[in-house]
Design a protein around this ligand. Sequence first.
Ligand code: PLP
Length: 363
Amino acid sequence: MNRIIIDSEAIKDNYLKVKRWVNDHGATLTVVTKALCGHLETIRALADMGISSIADSRLQNLHEMTDQNLGFEKWFLRPPSQSELEEVVNLTDVSLNTELGTVKKLNLIAEEKGLVHRVLLMIELGDLREGILPGALVRLYNEVFQLANIKILGIGANLGCFSGTVPSVDQLMQLILYRELLELKFQKDLHVISAGSSVVLPFLLEGQIPSAINHFRVGETILLGTDLINGGTIEGLRDDAFILEVEVIEMKEKSLTPSGETMDEIAPFSAGEDQVPEDRTPGQRGYRAVVTVGGLDTDITGLVPVNDSYQIAGASSDVTVLNIGDNPEGLRTGDTVCFKMGYSTMVRLMNNSYTDKVMKSSI
Ligand SMILES: Cc1ncc(COP(=O)(O)O)c(C=O)c1O
């Protein structure tokens, strides 16, 4: 069976570095765990690292963390659906919200339970995912301040999560100005300005983030080391915390170009090289390894062979084909091949029941 090998030491190295950058800025960090899809051994490892605040977008994952009693402060990342409200109040310490009607219902539920639920109100700053439109801010805060069983923690924004808009210092300044406006208008403190996800970290390292931004919610860069602005991995971070291991089920020397006319519609799961490389000559042959991961398992375009001389030729629903040149290592049927991966590929693999998840420390 395919397996994803999880190195908690690599996650810890990344976490400690990101935490230091965030703390040096005078801010606090909540680690976004949704990509772990509730994998308990990794989540326990996070608790052992001293992580105290986590955010997840699925209540099922938060349920399991609650059952395990790991002592995390738990944030619910996705604005809650109507069917989730009771559990949100029961399970989470903070939820991110954008809809007045939803916050009012959270208030009623919290009141029934004799609890105070904390919320972060999220503002739309150009990414066009969820967020309160700036014109509606004052009215909404005014109403939410009246709710006895809701405490507003502060103000937040998603930058670059949806439409890929590159965050700008101007957007962050806008967020800070909204906070000042609301504090002045209502004479209340809004302690938290939460603006950071992985995409903001390269700007933090360049010293471009205003000091008033005091909370970061980070997933991808802690888990995979990704530099979302410059590409590749942020210097000093590790990109090997999650490695996919699959098996070679066929190994043959073949032609490197298909014969006959090709049409994308015929191969709905095709992934890999868009075009034949320029240095390939007609009729050229080479070794091809067929391995046991396909589009049914994950997004193949985010797989990167650890052996950088291997190239992904393409994939179907069940298998991926690798060009491995002259096969200098003598790769054979039954051998394994390892891949690093991008975030969307990793999330899908973590959520895929055909892939085992094992801790490196237990192998
Ligand atoms: C609301 C919210 N905040 C923070 C994050 C973390 O983003 P990233 O994994 O890019 O750090 C996400 C995405 O997972 C999110 O939806």
